[in-house]
Design a protein around this ligand. Structure first.
Ligand code: ZN
Length: 258
């Protein structure tokens, strides 16, 4: 199957050829040009909202394996009440997961981060503030936000994380440049649970387990009550289907820390 990036490049090339042919054979008009430009811009914007599109950077989104191994990741924590409950469930099932931390939340809950590491989980950078405007920031501002979070995490854990997951999964040339400058392994997912979109727990569970494949990386959020029953059910079903959970860095074959 063609990668998203290749589809977009093909589309851009085709648009250019169509415009040149239309010009050469005198049927070029403004509506044709506008339609092609809008289509191309739509695809470029669409690609920036899909971290694994590969349009602006390479993101690690699924493991290259035929074995029934999968990984769980959580974004937007740590949360004072929810994250400890998530950690309890993971401990009960002896599962090592990945947590992409927001600096402002880490600042409020450093003990939870220490517990994550003590229990063998992986921590990654999810920016300092998770601003809604992250996708509009210049490279310098993105770098400052990531570095502030990385420095803070190092201060409480002694580890410099090597993994970065962009807030909202948004990528663009500025974010790509920042990730390169800080030498991050950008980490995406292959199953987006949509667990913060107001869907019922049952729908979320079905959505996730239907999509399970060898190498899957699941995206959850450890900042809402619903994650507790969702996580318990997904683990139960996945195990019954013969899947085992491994740490995201091992599944994706990347270094967790610098
Ligand atoms: Zn997030």
């Amino acid at each position: 199957m063609l990668a998203y990036k290749n589809v977009v490049l093909l589309l851009l090339a085709c648009s250019l050829i169509i415009i040149l042919l239309a010009w050469a054979f005198a049927f070029l008009n403004i509506w044709l040009v506008l339609a092609l430009i809008l289509l191309d811009i739509g695809c470029l914007i669409g690609g920036s909202f899909y971290v694994c599109s590969g349009l602006y950077l390479h993101a690690h989104c699924k493991g290259d394996t035929d074995k029934k191994q999968i990984a769980i990741t959580f974004d937007d924590g740590p949360h004072a009440d929810i994250t400890p409950k998530v950690l309890d469930i993971l401990k009960l099932h002896d599962i090592k997961a990945g947590f992409f931390l927001i600096g402002k939340n880490t600042e409020k809950n450093p003990e939870i981060v220490k517990r994550m590491l003590d229990e063998g989980h992986l921590i990654g950078n999810h920016s300092w503030s998770h601003s809604n405007f992250f996708g509009f920031w210049c490279t310098k501002k993105v770098v400052a936000s990531l570095r502030k979070n990385e420095d803070f995490i190092e201060g409480i854990s002694g580890k410099r994380t090597n993994l970065f997951r962009p807030p909202f999964g948004v990528t663009n040339p500025n974010i790509a440049r920042a990730a390169r400058l800080l030498d991050y392994a950008v980490t995406g997912w292959s199953i987006r649970s949509l667990d913060t979109m107001g869907k019922s727990n049952e729908k979320i569970i079905i959505r996730v387990v239907k999509r399970l494949k060898p190498g899957s990386v699941i995206l959850f959020h450890d900042n809402h009550e619903g994650i507790i029953p969702i996580l318990e059910s997904v683990i139960k079903i996945a195990v019954a289907e013969g899947y085992t959970f491994i740490s995201p860095d091992k599944l994706l074959n990347i270094e967790a820390y610098k």
